[in-house]
Design a protein around this ligand. Structure first.
Ligand code: PGA
Length: 261
């Protein structure tokens, strides 16, 4: 079904009508493997920084962008005028915990690449609502995100926006789904230690980025990729919200593209 035909589709239970953006183009690039995916993503980010050294970058954590950040370090990407915002952070996990997203970013990006400024939701905040408002305001005050890097969960989540999240959602506290807890358990001693909540940018926040780069690698992501390309635009698969955005680069390896025609 074309995205135009999906316009005017009424979403189950929400009475919300999502108009497919007629200008939407998912720029799909299928590469051989994780290494090539990271290389291609690195080129896009480096190009963005060349075009606009004071770019505002939206960054992601997880296994997917590790290779991209390695490329940026290898290429000595100049972030000295750039600002970064992260998609999400576990809630109530101390920032000093080795599995906090803050520590991930510190190791992969903040310390080695030294952006002019960086921000990430404060998962230790006692005033969560205020923290979410602060984060939205900080993004806006920085001029909005020029380029947002995204991974995708095997259940189709983007950031920690799990299935059935409204496309209009903003930064907020969310509960993580079982499959997300299981997927992230590999980084903890036991699944019971994975934080059950997180602060995440909303889908509405993500869709305001000027350009989006979605990365996916490996067979576990194949179904989510299929839904992105061919499924209904629906909150039941959050990544399909990207079809409402005008400029999305989808860079995937062959394994993640296995179900695409
Ligand atoms: P991953 O996570 O990069 O560790 O596969 C992606 C995501 O959950 O968004």
């Amino acid at each position: 079904m074309s995205s135009l035909k999906q316009a005017n589709r009424t979403q189950r239970g929400s009475l919300q009508i999502h108009e497919a953006n007629p200008a939407n183009k998912l720029h799909l690039t299928v590469v051989e493997d994780y290494e090539q995916m990271s290389q291609a993503a690195g080129q896009l980010v480096l190009h963005q920084l060349t075009q606009r050294p004071d770019s505002v970058l939206g960054l992601a954590t997880g296994g997917t962008p590790v290779g991209l950040y390695r490329k940026l370090r290898e290429e000595k990407a100049d972030l000295s005028q750039a600002m970064t915002f992260n998609l999400d952070e576990y809630y109530a996990l101390p920032r000093q915990h080795p599995q906090s997203f803050y520590q991930f970013m510190k190791g992969h990006v903040y310390d080695p690449l030294m952006p002019l400024g960086y921000d990430i939701p404060n998962g230790e905040s006692a005033e969560v609502e205020q923290e979410c408002t602060r984060y939205e305001t900080a993004i806006r005050d920085a001029g909005g995100i020029d380029l947002q890097v995204l991974g995708v969960g095997r259940n189709g989540h983007i950031g920690f926006n799990e299935p059935e999240t409204a496309f209009s959602s903003r930064t907020r506290l969310v509960a993580l789904k079982r499959e997300t807890l299981e997927d992230n358990a590999q980084f903890f001693d036991h699944v019971s230690e994975v934080p059950k909540q997180a602060i995440t940018m909303g889908i509405g926040t993500i869709l305001e980025a000027r350009t989006i780069v979605l990365l996916a690698s490996g067979p576990a992501k194949a179904e989510a990729l299929y839904q992105l390309m061919y499924g209904d635009i629906s909150p039941s698969v959050p990544v399909t919200a990207l079809r409402l955005h005008p400029t999305v680069h989808v860079i995937v390896d062959k394994a993640a593209a296995a179900l695409l025609k």
